[in-house]
Ligand binder design. Structure first.
Ligand code: AMP
Length: 414
């Protein structure tokens, strides 16, 4: 990642921190690598991530007993956060809204918008049910926060796709119905679907193979199998979203295939991204803490693909990139005076590029133009004596003499 694009990344992260703070989220930083078992259990053995995409190695311990510990570069953030929640009893500290920003690693076939090291912005609401963490109000609040963030970033044409995958009890009947429906057709489907039909039929809905789509269209949907509680929860989420004015579309093909994923599942997509059009995904995971050996702790979270978010921003990014306000050009022997002046201007929060007194004036002008500076400020012996300096606007070529004390204001256009 190179400048000037890194300025966009900083803009995104600063906006994220600002927006999340308004919802009382606090930052957590989890390790880049953890034990393989954590991810195997937290993400799920039969997911693509765990079965073929993780960067895993045997650690070489110092003691004989350390040998062979299997470690993995984190492929996502939720497992590490829930691990920390359990390990540090975060419920005792009232910490139930957490976010994490950083790199994740998956061995995938690289293509536009799909990398092996990519960045996620992840947030989780987790806590004992008594903290209200299983309430539909949390789901709606999280979704509304995301809508606010995307609007704030100037991403106008996002689309929120929403579904409920019910509870694991709801899914028993659904899985049965799916298996039955897949039985006569699975042999003509892609190899992945044939495997999924046996191991985890829900995953068939992830299939992107065009020839399989007409078959998938005919399959039963989870919405037909939701129990009363799940249905009520889902209705309540929708009701609040409507009330606060966040648009959404129900997508009954949106699934998350693991047992501890429950109820709300969602994705935000953005048209400009092409095939990899999901900017973020998330959902409820009321059983995850228990799956990792912790107490019951309903939770809901999401992961934003930061690379893709930045990509969808590029068109609107001009205003974010800050060029130098002024290029300070010292004449012969004036490096010290120029440094003093630059120091004063930087204290006024101006972006200052400082030249060198070995440069001839022509070279200073070229350097100032190349840096994209708005002004060039000449620091010569006479200027220092008069305590007033030649300030030239590089786009209009207007040049004025400005007293030292007025420089910052003038450069800022006041
Ligand atoms: P997931 O953790 O798979 O639900 O992904 C959440 C978000 O992370 C997706 O919507 C993508 O925006 C992003 N993402 C996932 N995998 C990659 C990748 N290999 N490269 C870039 N972004 C990714």
């Amino acid at each position: 990642m190179l400048p000037p694009e890194t300025a966009l990344w900083n803009f995104v992260e600063a906006s994220v921190r600002d927006v999340f703070r308004a919802y009382n989220f606090q930052e957590i930083r989890t390790p880049i690598f953890e034990s393989t078992e954590l991810f195997a259990r937290g993400v799920g053995e039969e997911t693509d991530i765990v079965s073929k995409e993780m960067y895993t190695w045997e650690d070489r311990g110092r003691a004989e007993s350390d040998k062979g510990q299997s470690l993995t570069l984190r492929p996502e953030a939720t497992a590490g956060i829930v691990r920390a929640y359990i390990e540090h009893k975060l419920w005792d500290r009232g910490l139930n809204k957490l976010y994490c920003i950083g790199p994740m690693f998956r061995r995938e076939r690289p293509q536009k918008g799909r990398y092996r090291q990519f960045y996620q912005i992840d947030a989780e609401v987790i806590g004992p049910a008594s903290s209200g963490s299983d309430s539909p109000a949390r789901d709606a609040e999280l979704l509304e926060m995301l809508a606010t963030l995307l609007d704030r970033l100037g991403i106008a044409d996002w689309n929120l796709e929403l579904n409920s995958v019910g509870t694991s009890a709801d899914r028993v009947a659904f899985n049965e119905a799916l298996r039955k429906a897949l039985e006569p057709v699975k042999d003509v489907m892609c190899a992945d679907c044939q495997r999924r039909a046996l191991t985890n039929p829900l995953r068939v809905f992830d299939c992107k193979v065009p020839e399989d789509q007409p078959i998938i269209e005919m399959l039963p949907r989870i919405t037909q199998f939701l129990g009363d509680d799940s249905r009520k929860h889902f209705d309540a989420v929708q009701e609040i979203l409507t009330k606060v004015g966040v648009e959404f579309h129900i997508n009954d093909r949106l699934v998350r295939g693991l047992d501890y994923y429950t109820r709300t599942a969602f994705e935000f997509t953005h048209g400009a991204l092409g095939a990899q059009n999901a900017i973020l995904g998330g959902g409820r995971y009321d059983g995850l803490s228990e799956a990792l050996g912790g107490p019951p702790a309903p939770g809901i979270g999401f992961a934003i693909g930061e690379d893709r978010l930045v990509m969808s921003l590029k068109e609107t990014a001009e205003g974010v990139l800050r060029k130098p306000d002024v290029y300070v050009a010292p004449m012969a022997g004036m490096n010290g005076e120029a440094a003093r002046l630059a120091r004063e201007l930087r204290r006024h929060d101006l972006v200052v590029e400082l030249g060198d007194d070995s440069f001839r004036l022509k070279k200073s002008f070229e350097a100032a133009t190349k840096a994209g500076a708005e002004y060039i400020l000449i620091v010569g012996e006479n200027e220092v004596k008069a305590d007033a300096f030649a300030l030239k606007n590089l786009s209009t070529s207007e040049q004025v003499q400005v007293a030292r004390g007025d420089l910052a204001g003038k450069i800022r256009g006041q």
